[in-house]
Design a binder for this molecule. Structure first.
Ligand SMILES: NC(=O)c1ccc[n+]([C@@H]2O[C@H](COP(=O)([O-])OP(=O)(O)OC[C@H]3O[C@@H](n4cnc5c(N)ncnc54)[C@H](OP(=O)(O)O)[C@@H]3O)[C@@H](O)[C@H]2O)c1
Length: 254
């Protein structure tokens, strides 16, 4: 259907070299977008570009640590220089942060998770917003939050805090950018097996399955469609929203 087509659009996916970000990128390529991916590891970047090109995608990767505004500035300039424009941004890269009780978490670890999951989104969005407004172009900003941003997550307070904070940012930006035809939304996945989530203790995964109404974890393929929907004109009347994709994890099972 044409409303899901992304021909002529350029999408940026931070953390697009693995896991959920790479799944988004695959969906976007299949819908016709040109896709830039950012990650720190150049080998992972190269492998991801090859897998996206195998799908017929015009893609390129840029090395960037999103916790540093200067690196984000450079990567954004390189992305625009390569593709001429950015229309869609998935602020997806992130990580679990420190585990343990809050009073045992060091200042450095707390600052680290704020930088990785919250400040990085600000650094990236700033660049994309200025670029879209300068071009007077419509746009789509999408952040990967988590069901932890709604439910909380014991012994991972930094993760829960940052994933909730980006929901507030999403709603604020939806207001600020609504008249500019820029939609801002958040995807809240439940548990999907990736490099990040595989490190969570087995007891956590058992609890997720017990609570899930479908009795299943999410798959990476199930992340592709929501990316296309939120990047395309099919979602033009949706902004400031939390899109939960969790197999019913947040529905109380009785
Ligand atoms: N998997 C789940 O169950 C789940 C559920 C809810 C939400 N999420 C969220 O989904 C997002 C993606 O996670 P994932 O599960 O797909 O994990 P993943 O496979 O480990 O992917 C993380 C991505 O982020 C990049 N990254 C990490 N730190 C970075 C940094 N400082 N600068 C630039 N890129 C960085 C990684 O690339 P490099 O290592 O090359 O930098 C990688 O591409 C995260 O925001 C996560 O919180 C995941």
């Amino acid at each position: 259907m044409d409303i899901f087509k992304l021909d002529g659009k350029v999408a940026l996916v931070t953390g697009g070299n693995s896991g959920i970000g790479l799944a988004y990128a695959k969906g976007l390529v299949k819908a016709g977008a040109r896709v830039a991916i950012w990650g720190r590891n150049s080998e992972k970047n190269t492998a991801a570009v090859e897998s996206l090109q195998a799908l017929g995608g015009d893609t390129a990767a840029f090395v960037c640590d999103i916790t540093e505004q200067a690196q984000v500035d450079d990567a954004f300039a390189a992305t625009v220089s390569h593709f001429d424009q950015v229309d869609i941004c998935f602020a997806n890269a992130g990580g679990g942060g420190p585990r343990g009780m809050l009073h045992q978490i060091s200042d450095a670890d707390w600052q680290g998770v704020l930088d990785l999951n919250l400040n990085s989104v600000v650094y990236t969005y700033r660049k994309v917003i200025a670029h879209l407004l300068e071009r007077k172009a419509p746009g789509k900003l999408i952040v990967t939050s988590s069901v932890a941003g709604l439910m909380g997550m014991g012994y991972a307070s930094g993760y829960a805090t940052t994933k909730a904070a980006v929901l507030g940012l999403t709603r604020a930006l939806a207001v600020e950018l609504g008249r500019n035809n820029i939609q801002v939304n958040a995807i809240l996945p439940g548990y999907v097996e990736t490099e990040m989530s595989i490190k969570t203790p087995p007891v956590f995964k058992e609890a997720v399955l017990r609570r899930s109404v479908t009795g299943q974890f999410g798959t990476l393929e199930q992340m592709e469609g929501i990316a296309v929907f939120l990047a395309s004109s099919a979602s033009d009347f949706m902004t400031g929203q939390n899109i939960v994709l969790d197999g019913g994890h947040t529905v109380h099972p009785m």
